[in-house]
Ligand binder design. Structure first.
Ligand SMILES: Cc1cc2nc3c(=O)[nH]c(=O)nc-3n(C[C@H](O)[C@H](O)[C@H](O)COP(=O)(O)OP(=O)(O)OC[C@H]3O[C@@H](n4cnc5c(N)ncnc54)[C@H](O)[C@@H]3O)c2cc1C
Length: 308
């Protein structure tokens, strides 16, 4: 068993910032990232980033390179491609999987910076579609869909923003929504209603995504029971965001929306466990700058605890 004062789980903006501040404040730390590279959701941002003070980036990858360069130049301690499998809060220990072997690391303080991702429908054909790489950004990939038919599942802002962008790029859109009313803001709803390339199918569930080499159709079921098929060239699932909280379920308090409960300094219901970034922030309030700010607060607080 190894020991580290501050173990940080997750190498997105929140984890990177926590590690940078730990390094600067002289704290013994280790950041553990499950994927082969740092950056978290930054790797999924295809749009220009215009809201991060001091740096204007063409896309998330460009900002990610700047973050990694900073992190590496400072010499922050980290492990890549290693997932944290479980947390034993009573022994203050995390279990990791490294080269098929389980490894335990003891911590004094643990920082959860595991972020968030898109919710999935868990229907037949969905995993296959994602594994084939048919996961599109309405902003970056809209040129692919001129004259094509696209199903967008969801009824919120992200669903409608995507529908409008793709319709403007010449695609025929079906917005598929399980209830009768939409949550999206009225400005989006108005433009979608006016756009003849956008059709709404309400009170209907997607029940399967079909196609062998690529998506060719979807099966739908109306709430009253009728099942029918639509020919489509792509499916965009925009049903909301899910925080990555599997590791801490039953260990710390989570609110009714699936967000880690934490106070102003990021402390959770367990005094040795802290949280930063999207995992403890309402999706409508999350951002790169909020995540790095929260990471900095946690590290500064831990430094104050350790020098007492
Ligand atoms: C398409 C898109 C566009 C966006 N545009 C903007 C924008 O323009 N401006 C802006 O401010 N924000 C934007 N955001 C939001 C921003 O990217 C997030 O708020 C930010 O990345 C959150 O950082 P985070 O560190 O909390 O989490 P994440 O970036 O989600 O990183 C979490 C990391 O934890 C890792 N992890 C999870 N579980 C484990 C585990 N068990 N073991 C090890 N590692 C684990 C994950 O692999 C991931 O790398 C956008 C997001 C998306 C998806």
């Amino acid at each position: 068993v190894n020991y580290v004062d501050v173990v940080i789980i997750g190498g997105g903006p929140a984890g990177i910032s926590t590690a940078i501040w730990c390094k600067r404040l002289g704290l013994n730390h280790l950041l553990i990232e499950g994927r082969e590279e740092l950056g978290g959701q930054l790797t999924k941002i295809h749009n220009e980033i215009i809201d991060y003070p001091g740096i204007k980036a063409e896309n998330g990858n460009q900002l990610k390179e700047r973050f990694i360069e900073h992190f590496t130049n400072l010499g922050c301690n980290h492990l890549l491609g290693i997932k944290v499998l479980s947390i034993d809060a009573s022994n203050k220990e995390v279990t990791l999987l490294q080269d098929d072997k389980k490894l335990k690391i003891q911590y004094r303080y643990l920082v959860i910076a595991t972020g968030a991702g898109e919710k999935q429908l868990n229907i037949p054909g969905e995993k296959e579609m994602i594994n084939r790489g048919e996961r599109y950004s309405a902003t970056a990939d809209r040129h692919l869909f001129k004259g094509k038919t696209v199903a967008i599942v969801g009824g919120g802002d992200r669903a409608f923003e995507g529908a409008i962008l793709l319709a403007e790029a010449g695609a025929n859109i079906y917005v598929i929504h399980r209830s009768k009313t939409f949550k999206a803001r009225s400005q989006y709803l108005h433009s979608a209603m006016k756009n003849e390339n956008i059709k709404m199918i309400t009170e209907t569930h997607l029940i399967s995504i079909n196609g062998i080499n690529s998506v060719d159709s979807v099966n739908l079921q109306r709430n009253q029971g009728e099942v029918f098929t639509l020919q489509v060239d792509a499916v965009l699932i925009r049903i909301g965001i899910k925080m990555n909280i599997e590791l801490v379920k039953g260990i710390i308090d989570i609110d009714e929306d699936g967000i880690i409960k934490s106070n102003q300094i990021g402390q959770t219901s367990n005094p040795s466990i802290f949280a930063a970034g999207d995992v403890c922030t309402k999706a409508t309030h999350s951002s790169i700058s909020a995540s790095v700010g929260q990471g900095a607060i946690v590290a500064k607080h831990l430094a104050s605890l350790m020098t007492r």
